[in-house]
Every structure is written in structure tokens, then in C-alpha cells.
Design a protein around this ligand. Structure first.
Ligand code: PXP
Length: 236
């Protein structure tokens, strides 16, 4: 079954808007896990506009299921994750100030850079996933860099789902089949929501994990966090 990792960046965004401790991201992470999430994802950015470095360290103590930290592999990021030792690190190529991840890695151009970083993280027993577009050459490149998994960047699927879901899923299906043949695990994330999620995981059998933040936290405003997590779990 596909695991659900809840991305709690948005909880930190809400907290930071007032500068206090409410809502408490540590408590929220514990609750997400109690309510059935299979893991917690955070994306501490250099400007600490949502999850801070200190949150990332403190979360290690309470995330009893899978802990996934996303980020661009700067020197500071690598230092942080090799101290925290999460279960998984998802490498994203975004420049520091983008609003949200907006592209996958070029695994061919960045072959040497990625290969070195992946090896270093794996030495620390951290599973590595790299964020990629559903492009076959790029998936092959991820394998060449020795990544354990890829995370398929699903924004294009989610945008095109509304127009023609069968067409929208095609590149993702091909990329996931190739990844399976190459013995690469497959995660997925970005813009997944209650409308487009179940079709995605029904059509692509080998999705190990989805990480969902924006839509899930937004839904929970109306439906409650426990109910929302349970609903997403049922869709999986
Ligand atoms: N995967 C990556 C690499 C991301 O950067 C994000 C957003 O932080 C997500 C997944 C989750 O996307 P969303 O918040 O749209 O569910």
C-alpha cells in the first residue's frame, strides 16, 4: 500500500505568521501520526520561513514513523541531515527563494554532484530520493547516480488531470514502469489532493509514498485533521 507522508510546512507557516508557538508543529506531527499518517515530511528552507532548522531537529524526537526531510543539498543542509539522520532525504533542486519546488533535477547535467551527495547520505544509512519530472532519460540518470528512489513531481499531472486524466497520467506511468525495471523506488508529490490522488495510485501500482501538504492541511480546516488524514488514507 502507498504510504502517506504528511508535509507539515503549512502548520509552521501559520505559526510563524504570529511569531509565537501556536500551532505547535511538534504536537501537530504527533497528532498526524496518531491519526494514521505513515510519516512526516518537512522542507526547512534557508530563510526558515516555515519549518525552522530547530523544528527539524526537534521533530526527530517525536517522528516515530518515517521522517522525510526535503531540501536543496547545500553544505548546511547536508550537515543538518547527517546530524538528524532522518529515514529519508528528498533532494530538490530549487533555488533558495522560490515559493515552492518548481522543477525536478536534471540528473544528467548534475550527475557528479548528485552521485557524491547521494553516496554521502547513504553512508549515514539515509535513504535518498530525488525529485524528478517524469522523463525517462532523467529517471535513468537517477539510477546512474545510485539514488534509492525518485519522487515524481506531480504538478503537471494535477494540472492536466482536470482536462484529461488518462492523458495526464501517461508520462508518470512510463516513468514509474522504467523505475521499477531499474529497481528504483517511486514516491510522488506536489499538488496531489482528494480529487486526483486515487486515480494516480490506482493507475501506477508501484508508488511507495506520497507526500502531501498544501491540500491536506487546507482540507483539514473544514474537515478536521483526523478525519482528513483518514480520508486520504482511504483514497490510497
Ligand atoms: N514534494 C516536494 C519536493 C515539495 O517541495 C512539496 C512542497 O513542499 C511537496 C512534495 C508537497 O506538495 P504539496 O504541498 O502541494 O502537497
Amino acid at each position: 500500500m502507498t504510504h502517506l507522508s504528511v508535509n507539515i510546512n503549512k502548520i509552521a507557516t501559520l505559526r510563524n505568521s504570529r511569531g509565537g508557538l501556536m500551532p505547535d508543529v511538534i504536537h501537530a506531527a504527533k497528532k498526524c501520526l496518531d491519526f494514521g499518517a505513515d510519516g512526516i515530511t518537512v522542507h526547512p528552507r534557508p530563510d526558515q520561513r516555515h519549518i525552522t532548522r530547530s523544528d527539524a531537529y526537534r521533530l526527530k524526537e517525536v517522528v516515530t514513523k518515517e521522517y522525510n526531510i526535503e531540501g536543496f543539498p547545500s553544505k548546511e543542509f547536508i550537515k543538518m541531515v547527517t546530524e538528524i539522520l532522518p529515514d529519508q532525504v528528498t533532494l530538490v533542486p530549487d533555488p533558495p527563494n522560490v515559493l515552492t519546488s518548481n522543477n525536478g533535477w536534471d540528473t544528467i547535467k548534475n550527475y557528479g554532484f548528485l552521485k557524491e551527495i547521494i553516496a554521502e547520505l547513504q553512508l549515514h544509512n539515509i535513504r535518498v530520493s530525488i525529485f524528478v519530472n517524469p522523463d525517462l532519460k532523467i529517471v535513468e540518470g537517477a539510477k546512474n547516480c545510485n539514488s534509492d528512489r525518485i519522487e515524481l513531481y506531480t504538478e503537471a499531472y494535477c494540472n492536466n488531470f482536470i482536462k484529461d486524466k488518462s492523458l495526464a497520467i501517461q508520462p508518470y506511468l512510463k516513468a514509474a514502469v522504467l523505475a521499477q525495471n531499474l529497481e528504483l523506488g517511486v514516491n510522488a508529490g506536489h499538488d496531489l489532493n482528494m480529487q486526483n490522488l486515487s486515480f494516480f495510485v490506482k493507475e501506477i501500482e508501484n508508488i511507495a509514498e506520497v507526500s502531501i501538504g498544501h491540500a491536506l492541511i487546507s482540507d483539514s480546516l473544514y474537515l478536521g485533521l483526523e478525519n482528513t488524514i483518514q480520508m486520504y488514507k482511504r483514497l490510497l
